[in-house]
Design a protein around this ligand. Structure first.
Ligand SMILES: *Cc1c(COP(=O)(O)O)cnc(C)c1O
Length: 423
């Protein structure tokens, strides 16, 4: 995946050195952060193309500047492919990332002061779902639903309904960044319709799994709006995406809210990257990839169960696992993250539901299979990685064993180089 960097190398050795260092880090380490992935060379080329030079404020056929013959063609391709991929009638491909996609959607669907009902942040909801540190939490009133049973992951749908009846939210928001199970979408839609709320699902983490048709598509159950990132399981460039199932009024409001409501000029190089990545995701090979992500996560789940390391919700039905390493192995999440980094495994510490520790040093770790599956890992390799994670944490003070594990990890990574293309 080495890029041609001949101009940077000559002109700016300091930046060159850092990019090459990052390339080596990505090639030699194992990436288990469940929100990360590797894009194809085709997507990288689009990202690095001359489209970065162009201002295209506005939408297809109605831009504020001239010279839009090619940018219009690119945005049209991205929209058409996104709609096909997710079964949507309308798509806005301009959001710069997942967070601005959510902010734009909130302002399209609500007025300041309105109420939105979303997942408890400690139970898997995302920062942009109203964490007190975000600006958006000062604009809208966020109320919460949560899991009824942490050991199975079952959502408290009756509690959700009672809160919806009491708080009369304008929006009921499903979606998460640290929850390993599927939601009962029909229930969400039923409750939203009962209280007259718009149903919105943030699919940022599982977009690739939905596109690959290995998990349920919320639109099949009547959800109104979906927001997403394009760089996680979907394996595209960094960026955001908003989809509307069929309501034209909603789609118009969302377009206005993205531009001029929130953003200025769209990043056309990234929109070209999105078009290329959506094209890849429409191919049969992407379905195979999505299937393998799930199989690989299951293989890791089995090892954690066998080794009696507690998993939140008891396991996984998607691409990620949340493990209670503090409760099961006596290693805090932060320490686990650091020790695993030393042996070449990158994952992140994470709060778990009912956590007794603090966010900067929580009880859990979160890891997933999208990136290693892109490398070509199958169940056998993933099971071995799960064993090595647990062994590293059990031997965190044994420098000799850790060195051996690091050697094994580098060998495994070299055996599965990051591919240049997927179709
Ligand atoms: C990652 C994520 C986002 C934010 O995406 P950024 O591209 O980091 O801004 C929003 N919602 C969910 C559920 C996410 O997982």
């Amino acid at each position: 995946m080495t890029q041609n960097l001949k101009f940077i190398k000559k002109q700016d050795p300091a930046v060159y050195k850092a990019i090459v260092g990052e390339e080596k880090r990505q090639a030699e380490g194992l990436e288990l952060i469940p929100s990360e992935n590797y894009v194809s060379q085709a997507v990288l080329e689009a990202n690095g193309s001359v489209l970065t030079n162009k201002y295209s404020e506005g939408y297809i056929g109605r831009r504020y500047y001239g010279g839009q013959e090619f940018t219009d063609a690119i945005e049209k391709l991205a929209i058409e492919r996104a709609c096909k991929l997710f079964g949507a009638k309308y798509a806005n491909v301009q959001p710069l990332s997942g967070a601005p996609a959510n902010v734009a959607a909130y302002f399209a669907l609500m007025n300041p002061g309105d109420t939105i009902l979303g997942m408890d942040l400690a139970h898997g909801g995302h920062l942009t779902h109203g964490h007190p540190v975000t600006s958006i939490s000062k604009v809208f009133k966020f109320v919460r639903y949560s899991m009824k049973n942490i050991e199975t992951g079952e959502i408290d749908y009756e509690g959700l309904r009672q809160t919806a009846l009491r708080e009369k939210p304008k929006v009921i928001l499903a979606g998460y960044s640290a929850y390993p199970r599927e939601l009962d979408y029909a229930k969400f839609v039923e409750i939203a319709r009962e209280v007259g709320a718009i149903s919105m699902m943030d699919i940022a983490h599982i977009a690739g799994l939905i596109a690959g048709k290995v998990v349920k598509n919320p639109f099949d159950y009547g959800f109104d709006v979906m927001t997403s990132t394009t760089h996680k399981t979907l394996r595209g460039p960094r960026g955001g995406l908003i989809l509307v199932r069929e309501n034209e009024e909603l789609a118009k409001k969302i377009d206005k809210s993205v531009f001029p409501g929130l953003q200025g000029g769209p990043h056309m190089n990234l929109i070209a990257g999105k078009a290329v990545a959506f094209g890849e995701a429409l191919k049969p090979s992407f379905k195979k990839y999505a299937q393998q992500i799930l199989k690989n996560a299951k293989a890791m789940e089995e090892v954690f169960r066998r080794e009696k390391v507690r998993m939140i919700t008891g396991g996984t039905s998607n691409h990620l696992i949340l493990a209670d390493v503090w409760g099961s192995l006596g290693v805090s999440g932060k320490e686990a993250q650091t020790v695993l980094d030393e042996v070449g495994i990158t994952l992140n510490m994470n709060m778990i539901a009912g956590d007794t520790r603090k966010p900067m040093d929580p009880s859990g770790i979160r890891f997933g299979t999208p990136a290693i599956t892109t490398r070509g890992f199958k169940e056998k390799e993933c099971a071995r990685v799960a064993e090595l994670i647990i062994e590293t944490l059990r031997n965190k003070g044994d420098e000799k064993r850790k060195k051996e594990i690091h050697v094994e990890i580098i060998k495994l990574a070299k055996k599965f180089p990051i591919p240049d293309k997927f179709i």
